[in-house]
Design a binder for this molecule. Structure first.
Ligand code: SF4
Length: 457
């Protein structure tokens, strides 16, 4: 079972109904799983770590790419074979007909963010028992991430219409959470020991647009429900704040001073996806007309320590060798700290499927390999330049051989690590200063300087 373990103990009563959970997909889907489990735990259900022990299994699916859909269908099949009582939710849930056709025995199918419907389906499949421990669910809810970092979802849905993407169809238009709601959750997480907040959404820089940027009371003053004001408020909580899924709009300039003075991490996760204006236009990317190299350069002037991560798609329909070379040249000029790359693949229902001049698979493979090799050289140079610098790092794990930590340029799971030999006295969640002694293409090695802060025990 692809099990997801919560970070708290279950309020186990011997007769409490047990639910298994298989969580697939992106951090946004993980947050959905956390909400479902938080709600079930609050009602007295306990999580089962195995198929055998579960009275029913919830499979939270991903439906972004066809390969992810296949993986989700396989996970449903496995849960049915191992347990037999399966409730399907998540992005693939919008294709209920396809799921039913392959697996007519699933108990219920609901779509993304359909928390109420999932919980109702669980009630139907496994009636809830009275449990005197229901009040023991922690105020910050149940989380699947380690105790020291947490994803903070600030909005649902997306107003864009990228031609390769069906997320707006799956999750609907942008719906921002209120300023107070986001901040209350952030404060609860920090009070529970979280040292790093990872801000996620489909388009973090669009936060508040759908609400008309209303004013809100926060911290004894008036703020606007906007990206920059939210970043500033989060930055006042004394923990690391990392911004994911930001687009290079001019108003993003407003968060650079927060990064320069250490309130928000000097890190931007911007999915550029390509550099050729022709390809970006065909992709219908937000901010595709922005002069991204000029913007990067201006940001680095404001905040020299800025680390930018991005993802790119190679082999998009119509991408020529010249377009691809333009992307490589752009990468040479942009010198990004962290880069991920995907080979384009059709997604059922996406407009890009119908575009002419589909790129042959072997050309996609070849461009993928060239991009990765090209960026590896850049990344090695960028990281080598850090040797001798003293950085703040956060500890993820400690064992006999040392500590695995991350710098401000490293988001958990997707970026690199900073390895520290001397882990004496360190524990996950500690933040400390360390001097970089060595570098590879993706990782750094460092010696601790002094411990700067610790979470509450
Ligand atoms: S910005 Fe584009 S790729 Fe991202 S969710 Fe919206 S439509 Fe999809």
């Amino acid at each position: 079972m692809t099990e997801t373990k919560p970070d708290t103990e279950t309020p186990a009563g011997a007769s409490a109904p047990k639910i298994g959970l298989v969580s697939l997909g992106c951090p946004k889907a993980l947050v959905d799983s956390e909400r479902i489990v938080t709600r079930l735990r609050a009602e007295g259900y306990v999580l089962s770590p195995s198929y055998e022990g579960a009275d029913a299994v919830v499979v939270n699916t991903c439906g972004f790419l066809n390969s992810a859909k296949e993986e989700s269908l396989q996970a449903i099949g496995e849960a049915l074979a191992e347990n037999g009582r399966v409730i399907v939710t998540g992005c693939l849930g919008v294709e209920a007909g396809r799921i039913r056709e392959q697996y007519p025995d699933v108990l219920a199918i609901t779509g993304p963010q359909a928390y109420e419907a999932v919980v109702e389906a669980v009630h139907k499949a496994v009636p809830r028992a009275h449990d005197p421990f229901v009040d023991l669910v922690p105020p910050q809810g149940v989380r699947f991430t380690p105790r020291h970092y947490a994803y903070l979802k600030i909005s649902e849905g997306c107003n864009h219409s990228c031609s390769f993407c069906i997320i707006p169809h799956l999750r609907g238009p942008l719906r921002s959470r209120s300023f107070a709601d986001v901040m209350r959750e952030a404060e609860r997480l920090v009070a529970a020991g979280v040292q790093e907040l990872l801000v996620i959404s489909q388009d973090t820089s669009a936060y508040g647009l759908d609400l008309g940027y209303p004013k809100a009371d926060w911290g004894g003053g008036r703020v606007e429900t906007r990206f920059a004001d939210l970043a500033a408020a989060l930055g006042s909580l004394g923990v690391w704040v990392r911004l994911h899924y930001v687009y290079p709009y001019p108003h993003v300039d407003q968060v650079l001073p927060l990064m320069a003075d250490g309130r928000v991490l000097p890190y931007l996760d911007i999915p550029f996806q390509h550099a050729s204006p022709r390809v970006l236009k065909a992709m219908r990317r937000p901010a595709h007309q922005e002069q991204t190299l000029e913007r990067l350069s201006a940001w680095r002037t404001q905040c020299p320590d800025l680390g930018v991560r991005s993802t790119f798609i190679v082999g998009f329909p119509g991408e020529t060798e010249d377009d691809f070379k333009e992307l490589l040249d752009w990468l040479s000029a942009a010198r990004l700290a962290r880069v991920g790359c995907f080979k384009y693949e059709d997604v059922d229902g996406a407009p890009a499927n119908a575009l002419p001049d589909q790129v042959p698979e072997e050309v996609k493979e070849e461009r993928y390999a060239r991009l990765m090799a090209h960026q590896q050289v850049i990344s090695a140079e960028v990281l080598a330049a850090r040797v001798g610098e003293t950085l703040e790092v956060i500890v993820d794990d400690v064992d006999d051989e040392g500590a695995i930590t991350r710098s401000t340029w490293d988001a958990p799971e997707i970026d690199g690590n900073v390895f520290i030999d001397d882990s004496k006295g360190l524990q996950p969640g500690d933040r400390l200063m360390a001097t970089v002694t060595d570098a590879s293409e993706y990782d750094l090695w460092a010696t601790p300087l002094r411990q700067s802060s610790k979470p509450d025990a």
